[in-house]
Ligand binder design. Structure first.
Ligand code: DAH
Length: 348
């Protein structure tokens, strides 16, 4: 076979092979075999030394033409295969934006947190500061500073979890009053604070008792605070939480850290005071304890009780939530049952 025919044959064979290849690795292999040093084209070129000198340029030119031709074939096929691979890859990676998404369940703050946040915002709006206190508290702050000495019968009002002689789980948020009074600088202005948080009592859990619940303590101390200030503040709070038509009444009571002390009732938001099951047909619902701060509490904290005085109150957000939403079992707040909790979607 002369070289020209051999070249023709190489062109035909390889064009077909290239066209039939569907895989980039195989195509590369063809390229290496065809154009490499030991490949058939190199072999043909090597054979030219046996040709007559006048034949050589023609065959050489022809060989180069075929080589270029096949290189172009290889490149085109490579481009086509790469394009096909890309198209296939894109097809598998397509995102169908019309598919329905996974449903993400939207949570909601716990109902007690919602009530606490709402009451906090109410007081912040009136210029109060929000103060935190420790839940593991000293007997000193929880009781003694609050005018409840050791062996005082008032300790029986709050069955307490003691950790040792000095430490306990706070049974009320009132100790935050003492802690704040100790550090407040009255030369800079009056003290207006609330302190929300968890408290603990050695109660047996049932529908109306929990060994753990929440309180919000309030304290206002300045030079000329009267009981009218207390009443106005609590009336505004009651109307904010239970509706603008609410009234409040104060009944005499006893707390060691206030004198006089009062129990505060709000007019029933269900029957508007006419009498119903919620208010036990009295028209009033007891919502919190309050009073004028006992001079001993101020003196204990180093505040001059002849100059300064004020009011304090303590309320239970759990009780507020139970009243507001007609919840009859306090344990529902602590059992984490999503069916119960998810009823209280936050508005807005
Ligand atoms: N600490 C009281 C309790 O846990 C609640 C209370 C009543 C707080 C009257 C006060 C107050 O600040 O003035 O029962």
């Amino acid at each position: 076979m002369d070289l020209k025919t051999r070249l023709e044959q190489l062109r035909r064979e390889n064009q077909k092979r290239i066209k039939d290849t569907n895989d980039l690795d195989a195509l590369n292999q063809i390229r290496v075999n065809l154009l490499g040093k030991k490949g058939p084209i190199t072999e043909v070129l090597r054979g030219m030394k046996d040709l007559k000198p006048e034949e050589r340029p023609k065959v050489g030119a022809y060989a180069n033409e075929i080589k270029a031709d096949l290189q172009e074939n290889l490149q085109n096929r490579k481009d086509a295969l790469e394009q096909a691979a890309l198209t296939a890859k894109l097809a598998t990676e397509t995102i169908d934006v019309t598919l329905p998404g996974d449903q993400v369940v939207q949570g909601t703050p716990h109902i007690i947190d919602q009530i606490m946040d709402d009451i906090e915002e109410f007081f912040i709006g009136q210029g109060y500061q929000v103060v935190d206190g420790p839940e593991v508290e000293e007997d000193h702050y929880n009781f003694e500073m609050m005018n409840i000495p050791k062996d005082h019968p008032a300790r029986d009002m709050q069955d307490t979890f003691y950790i040792d002689d000095q430490l306990l789980m706070r049974s009320q948020t009132s100790p935050v009053q003492a802690r704040t009074l100790e550090v407040h600088d009255f030369s800079k202005g009056p003290l207006k604070m609330i302190s929300p948080g968890r408290v603990y009592r050695r109660d047996t859990d049932d529908a109306t008792h929990s060994h753990q619940f929440n309180q919000i303590e309030g304290l206002v101390i300045d030079k000329h605070i009267t009981m009218a200030d207390l009443k106005g503040t609590l009336l505004a709070l009651a109307q904010h939480v239970f509706g603008k038509d609410r009234q409040i009444r104060l009944r005499p009571s006893y707390f060691p850290f206030t004198e006089p002390s009062v129990e505060v009732d709000v007019s029933c938001f269900r029957c508007n005071g006419k009498g119903c099951a919620i208010c036990k047909y009295s028209g009033w619902i007891e919502v919190l304890g309050a009073g004028m701060v006992h001079p001993n509490v101020l003196t204990n904290a180093g505040v001059d009780a002849d100059v300064y005085g004020g009011f304090a109150f303590g309320l239970g957000p759990d009780r507020f939530a139970m009243l507001k939403y007609g919840i009859d079992d306090i344990r529902s707040f602590y059992q984490g049952d999503v069916r119960f909790l998810s009823q209280f979607k936050e508005e807005g």
